[in-house]
Design a protein around this ligand. Structure first.
Ligand SMILES: [Zn+2]
Length: 131
């Protein structure tokens, strides 16, 4: 992924480095592994791409809050025969929202996450929901 160097006035292939950082969400502090890039020619720190650390922040947030991951949500589909519509029905949202959760484009609420985790781990619970 190329980044722009303000000093060299051009796009460069950055030298990447990871470091420990923090961010706040709802006044709570989360630690995460962040990335930053340096210009290979002049060595200056390049401006952070706002998307660069999103995945890492997402991961840290889910881990700290015990929120189910998109990968685990996809496991539900592998494990059971279920449609987006049915899962939306169970969660009390619409199927568009379920697709977002599945693709990792949105993070489930704590309540949704608890239901999804229980479905994944407890077949009997899933069966009771399908009746
Ligand atoms: Zn440079």
């Amino acid at each position: 992924m190329k980044m722009y160097c303000n000093k060299c006035k051009k796009e460069v292939e950055p030298v990447m480095e990871t470091f420990n950082s923090e961010f706040y969400t709802n006044d709570k502090k989360y630690k995460y592994r962040a990335f930053r890039g340096y210009c290979p020619e002049c060595n200056s720190l390049l401006e952070e791409d706002p998307n660069m650390n999103l995945k890492s922040k997402d991961k840290a947030y889910r881990k700290a809050e015990g929120i189910i991951t998109a990968k685990q949500i996809n496991q539900i589909y592998e494990q059971y025969e279920i449609t987006d519509e049915k899962l939306a029905d169970i969660l009390g949202c619409n199927s568009k929202q379920v697709v977002k959760l599945k693709n990792g484009n949105d993070i489930p609420t704590k309540e949704e996450s608890e239901i999804l985790t229980k479905i994944l781990e407890d077949q009997a619970y899933f069966k009771s929901l399908m009746q």
